[in-house]
Every structure is written in structure tokens, then in C-alpha cells.
Design a protein around this ligand. Structure first.
Ligand SMILES: O=C(O)C(=O)C[C@H](O)[C@@H](O)CO
Length: 257
């Protein structure tokens, strides 16, 4: 029995639109609620949400076997030891922030793969990823099911985009509008014309490559624009923001007369 087929990776390779949402509560219960919505993918955010390896694992467990809601685990940084832990608890799709060079991208590809293609440590026997050795062929088949999404979200990363797009083993490139705007001197304002111009150009270049283009938008019109610009794995919301806004609106309706 081989490693689980990564349907999200296959959908990206087939050019299918994939709509996602951030899962940022750092807890399995709200993530399980989000899995009833019908998104194609959910980001278990280990960068900006209060997640650790155990809370990420608990969210992977509640998403197990779902026909949609593919778990995309975002790590705080692209460190090989973090990647090893995330893959051993069962993640198959990683979103890695702050990628600024082809060399960095190549290192990430290698960190996600067992030798000889990579440097991933061979601990599958006791790992959840192999279902504790219930998948006997896991270590021989896992490499092909790894999906690497790199975040390009700085001026330096944008300058290296063509080189990053040439790296074998990168499945998608995600443009981070907030961090890119900040690095361009427009902290908090990704709607700045010069930022939008860079995003539009980058999405177009990614979409024209053999990689999938991805991005996050938290308002409908911007999401439609990003899709028109070439975004294929498109995150259209953040669960924490959805709840906060709905709660404030409801409270205002009753308490502000
Ligand atoms: O830079 C960005 O924008 C992103 O990487 C997405 C954000 O980090 C996401 O966490 C929402 O703020």
C-alpha cells in the first residue's frame, strides 16, 4: 500500500482552480467546523496562528479522509527539522514563507524528500505519516506525493521569481500581499498601485510557468481580480477574521441601537 495520493497536488498539476481558507485558531475544533464549509484546501497556519506540532497534528487528524478541505500546513520558516516533523505527523502539502532564492527553494525540495532525492530522515516506522507502519510502502512512495508551495513576499523574492520558477519540485508559488506591501514600503496597504502592479506581474509569470499561482484575498472583489490575474490556488478568507467581523456586526446590531 503506497503513501496517500495528494489530490491537491494532482489538482494543481491538472490546472484546476482550488479555493481555500485560512484556519487560524490553532485548534482542531474550529478547523473541523471549517471542514464542513466545502473549501478545497485549508491552511493550518503555523506562522501567524498559535500552532505547535501537536495542534497541527490534531488538525490533520480531524481533516483526515475529507473529500475536500485538503490540509496545507504553513510552517513559521523553512527549516529542515521543522519540515521533517511536519511530514512525519502526516502533512503532505507545505506552505513555506519568505522564500527569496532558487537555492532556498531547492533546499526546501530536498528537505521534503527521502534520499537520494533529498535529506528527509527515515523515521517513517513510528510516524503518523505511515500510519505507524500500516502503510508498508510509505517510505518508498512518499516523495511523489509531496507538494511544496513557496511564498514569495519580498522585493528580493520577486527579483528571484524566474529562478524560483525554474526549480524542479516546487509545485506552487504563493504571493504574500501583506508582507510584499510592507517590504515595498506600504505596510498594511497591498492595494497600493505599485504593489498591485507587482502582484499582477508575478501572478501572470507564475501562471505562465509549470507551477500554480496562489494568493490570499480577504475581500471578494480583490479575490476575483487575483483570479483574473492568474491565481489558481486562491484563499478567499480567514476563519478568525470571519468570526470576529460577524461577532462585532451582531453585537453592534443589538447594542448600538
Ligand atoms: O504576506 C501575506 O499576505 C501572507 O503571507 C498571508 C498572510 O500572512 C495571512 O496570514 C493573513 O494575514
Amino acid at each position: 500500500m503506497p503513501a496517500p495520493v495528494n489530490r491537491f497536488k494532482a489538482a494543481l498539476a491538472a490546472g484546476q482552480m482550488q479555493y481555500g481558507c485560512w484556519a487560524g485558531f490553532g485548534d482542531a475544533y474550529p478547523t473541523e467546523v471549517m471542514s464542513t464549509a466545502g473549501f478545497d484546501w485549508l491552511v493550518i497556519d503555523g506562522e501567524h496562528a498559535p500552532n505547535d506540532i501537536r495542534s497541527i497534528m490534531a488538525q490533520l487528524q480531524v481533516l483526515e479522509g475529507k473529500p475536500d478541505s485538503h490540509p496545507v500546513v504553513r510552517l513559521p520558516m523553512g527549516e529542515a527539522w521543522l519540515i521533517k516533523q511536519a511530514l512525519d505527523i502526516g502533512a503532505q502539502t507545505l506552505l513555506i514563507p519568505m522564500v527569496e532564492s532558487a537555492e532556498q527553494a531547492r533546499d526546501l525540495v530536498r528537505a521534503m524528500r527521502y534520499p537520494p532525492e533529498g535529506i528527509r530522515g527515515s523515521g517513517a516506522a513510528l510516524a503518523r505519516a505511515s500510519r505507524f507502519s500500516a502503510i508498508p510502502d510509505y517510505i518508498r512512495t512518499a516523495n511523489d506525493q509531496m507538494c511544496l508551495l513557496v511564498q514569495v513576499e519580498t522585493v528580493k523574492g520577486i527579483a528571484a521569481l524566474d529562478d524560483i520558477l525554474a526549480v524542479e519540485g516546487v509545485d506552487g508559488v504563493f504571493i504574500g500581499p501583506s508582507d510584499l506591501a510592507a517590504d515595498m514600503g506600504h505596510r498594511g496597504d497591498s492595494a497600493q498601485p505599485e504593489v498591485r502592479a507587482v502582484i499582477k506581474d508575478a501572478l501572470g509569470r507564475i501562471a505562465a510557468s509549470d507551477k500554480a499561482a496562489g494568493i490570499l484575498a480577504v475581500d471578494h472583489d480583490t479575490a476575483v481580480t487575483y483570479r483574473d490575474w492568474g491565481a489558481q490556488f486562491l484563499a478567499v478568507g480567514i476563519d478568525v477574521v470571519l468570526l470576529a467581523r460577524a461577532a462585532r456586526d451582531l453585537a453592534a446590531r443589538w447594542t448600538k441601537g
